[in-house]
Design a protein around this ligand. Sequence first.
Ligand code: 3PG
Ligand code: MG
Length: 396
Amino acid sequence: MAWKTLDDVALAGKVVLTRVDINVPMEAGRVTDTTRIAKIVPTVEDIIARGGQVVLLAHFDRPKGRVVPGMSLLQVVPALEQALGRKVVFAADCVGEVAATAIAAAGPGDVVLLENTRFHPGEEANAPAFAAEMAALGDVFVNDAFSAAHRAHASTTGLAHLLPAAAGRLMEAELQALEAALGSPERPVVAVVGGAKVSTKLALLGNLVGRVDHLVIGGGMANTFLAAQGVEVGTSLAERDMAAMALDILARAKTAACAIHLPLDIVVARELKAGAEARTLPVGNCPADAMILDAGPATVAVLETVLAACKTLIWNGPLGAFEIAPFDAATTAVARAAAVLTAAGKLVSVAGGGDTVSALNQAGAAADFTFISTAGGAFLEWMEGKDLPGVTALMG
Ligand code: 3PG
Ligand code: MG
C-alpha cells in the first residue's frame, strides 16, 4: 500500500494529532450509537502504547464555520471516556493557546480532545493558515477518519501535507476491506444496492455495472427501474423522470455482461405502516392503488442462489422498507444468507452506508459480515469510483 500506517512512523515522545470521526447520533444529550467511538479505540491505544500523546481532532455536525454551542464536542466526552477507559482532557478550541495549554496539561495516558474543527471557517475551506495553526500543536498526523475522507478539509487533507502522516488502524481496516471488495476482489462479485432514490445513486450504479458480475437493485430504486420498463408500480415511490437514466444503466450492464437482478415478486400494501395488510404478487401485478414495499420470497430465493455462487459481496442500501415489519423480510433474509455464507468462509462480505448498517444490525447479520464500514457518504463516493481526498492526501 502506498500509505503509511502506525508501524511506519516514530511516535515515542511525539504529540500525535489524530483525526477521528466521532460525528455520532445524539438524543437529549446522550450518544445513541457509540459505534464510531468504539472503532477508534485500537488506534488510540496503539499510539499510547508506542509512547505517543494522543490529541484528537474531529468535527461534529455542520456548524458551517461558526461556534454553535449545541454542536460542541464536549457532549461526547463521557461516551469517549467510557469507551477508552481513560481521562479525556477537553480543550474549548482546536487551535491557539487554549489547545496548546490543554495538550501541555494532559498527563501520561490522558487523551486530549480538541473542540469541533468546523467551528472555524478554515476547516471546510482547507485554509493553509488554519491547517498550519493545527499543525503547530503536534509532531505527527494520524488520520483514522475514513468516514470523513470524502471531505477535502484542513483536518482531513491539509494536515497530511504539513506533518509526517499515517493511516490509523480503522482507516487501514476500511481501506483493506474496500480493496478486497471492489479493488481486487475474488470473483464473481455481487453488489446489492437498495434505498429510496436512483437519482442519488446513479454514479454508483454506473460504476458498478462495469465492475461487478451481479447487480441486485432493491428498495424504491427498483421501482424506478420497473416503471422505466413499463411495469405497473401503482402508487410506489418511483422516480419517473429517471426512466431514461435507468434504461441507460440496463443497457450498459448488458454490454458489460453484468447481470441485473430486479424483483420477480413484490410485497404490496395500500399504505406504509406497521400492520398494514400486505400481499405478495408477481411483479407486474401491482394494483393501481397499492405500493411496492418489499421484494417477495421468489426474489429472495434467486438472490440466495446468486450469493451462493459468488465469492464477494458489497452491500449498500436495504431491499425494502425495512424499518416497518413485515417489509423488512427480504432485506433480513438476504442479509442472513450472506452472514451464513461469510461465517462458513465462502463469501467476503462488505457493507456500508447509514441505513445499511441499521438494516444488517436489525437482521442480526452484521456480526458475521467480513467488514462493516463506519462510513456513509465516503462509502458511497468510494463505490462511485471517486478518489477520496483524505485517502489521497495520505499517499504523500
Ligand atoms: C458522516 O457523518 O457521514 C461524516 O462524519 C461526514 O459528515 P458530513 O457529511 O457532515 O461531512
Ligand atoms: Mg453525513
